[in-house]
Design a protein around this ligand. Structure first.
Ligand code: UDP
Length: 400
């Protein structure tokens, strides 16, 4: 019998899908498609009522237009109690749909890669049937992890850093129920081609340093302004700008004139090759992008961080000398100009620093844990416990 693995995620940003796809690829490579089947469910989109089901569409708008309110909301909800109350409210709102999710997606192990979904999903599995499969959480934020991630009822919580582990302890989780694995990054990032090969395949100039600019899967943040600030410096380089799913940004970039070879793309499926071909990454502080860049040995200029979940990522990169924080278009251009002026020796040194904090084995360790749990027996739920209590109570009344 194939083992059925169910990933709970949502396309709010690109990182959750990236994590689920990375682990899926490792599971399939290591254990074979004859032995397992994988399902990825966007819980907001498919199993939540209006307006939560529009979360994937709403999220980029929310971050762009309500950044400070988002930061405030993050802070206010980021205590054990608030996280519990808010998660409960979400479960009550989506109870019918989430119980349907449990019944429509039979599985041998559940893997949740989204903070907000963790607790409501555990509630759903606890109440929808008399028993449930083991539940694992893979934390996909790096350092300043929200309390939403941590639920004591979960069998195993896999975290990317010591800081995320400490947050789990603070949330009341037992250390033996957690493990620091690193963030899962797609195995393709460990098999990247040489810079020369990658550039040839992409049709880029083989000699000019390439500056890769990304704003997460959604093309978020001041990517356009940063690109124009770099363009104004007329540096001896080539620019590569990834607009992601942000179509209007892509059109605007394509309609602009550029002073150096400039390659503009929409959402790309081959980020490993793009990173292999590049010399410097200019990005918002997205956890997946940062960890991918570390494996690819790409030093980073970080221009933005989503308040709350990405704030700690900047310190993580800067403290490890894998990059700098440059919050204005001018400082982005200054940093890139200075790095290019240092020449290849400087870039190589920064690249080594990035590689030093990479966790290329994380995805394999996580896949192994999931595979082990896929063989565990099902676990009695709250519903079966209440049933036993009800039966005992009735018997007791009969007896009286
Ligand atoms: N990504 C991609 N294609 C693109 C742009 C981004 O595959 O054109 C991937 C990127 O490699 C990373 C994810 O999308 O795996 C972005 O995740 P991150 O955590 O950095 O930011 P988020 O989008 O979740 O805010």
């Amino acid at each position: 019998m194939k083992k059925r693995i169910l990933f709970l995620m949502s396309d709010t940003g690109g990182g959750h899908r990236a994590a689920a796809e990375a682990i899926s690829a490792a599971l399939l490579q290591r254990y074979g498609e004859d032995n397992l089947s994988i399902e990825l469910v966007d819980v907001f989109k498919s199993y939540s009522p209006f307006p939560l089901n529009y979360m994937p569409e709403f999220y980029p708008w929310l971050i762009k237009n309500g950044k400070s309110s988002w930061g405030m909301g993050y802070k206010l909800s980021n205590s054990r109690r608030s996280a519990k109350v808010m998660s409960r409210a979400m479960y009550v709102t989506a109870e019918k749909q989430m119980k349907r999710m449990v019944h429509e997606n039979p599985a041998d192990v559940i893997v949740c890669v989204h903070s907000v979904l963790t607790r409501p999903a555990v509630d759903a599995f606890m109440h929808a049937a008399d028993d449930r499969p083991p539940f694992l959480t893979v934390v996909t934020d790096l350092v300043s992890t929200h309390m939403f991630w941590y639920d004591k009822r979960v069998e195993r919580t896999l975290v990317p850093t010591e800081a995320a582990f400490e947050r789990g302890v603070l949330a009341g989780l037992k250390p033996e129920h957690m493990r620091v694995t690193g963030l899962p990054v797609h195995p393709r990032f460990s098999e990247i081609p040489s810079q020369h090969e990658a550039r040839a395949a992409l049709g880029w100039d083989p000699h000019l340093p390439a500056i890769l600019m990304v704003g997460g899967g959604e093309g978020m943040g001041p990517l356009y302004k940063n690109a124009r600030a770099l363009n104004a410096r007329k540096l001896k380089c080539q620019l590569v700008i990834i607009a992601g799913r942000n179509k209007s940004l892509q059109t605007r970039l394509e309609e602009s004139d550029w002073n150096q070879p400039t390659h503009i793309y929409g959402f790309m499926k081959d980020m490993p090759r793009l990173m292999a071909a590049s010399s410097i990454l200019v990005s918002k502080a997205g956890p997946a992008t940062i960890c991918e860049a570390c494996i690819a040995g790409l030093p980073m200029i970080l221009f933005d961080a989503i308040p709350g979940q990405e704030t700690g990522n900047v310190d993580y990169v800067v403290d490890n000398n894998a990059g700098v924080f440059a919050p204005t278009p001018r400082s982005v251009a200054d940093a890139a100009e200075a790095w290019l002026a240092e020449g290849s020796a400087g870039l190589r040194r920064r690249s080594e620093n990035a590689r030093r904090i990479a966790h290329p084995n994380a995805v394999w360790d996580i896949a192994d844990e999931i595979w082990q749990y896929a063989h565990h027996p099902r676990i009695p739920t709250q519903r079966s416990i209440s049933l036993i209590k009800r039966i005992s109570a009735t018997r007791l009344l009969d007896f009286v």
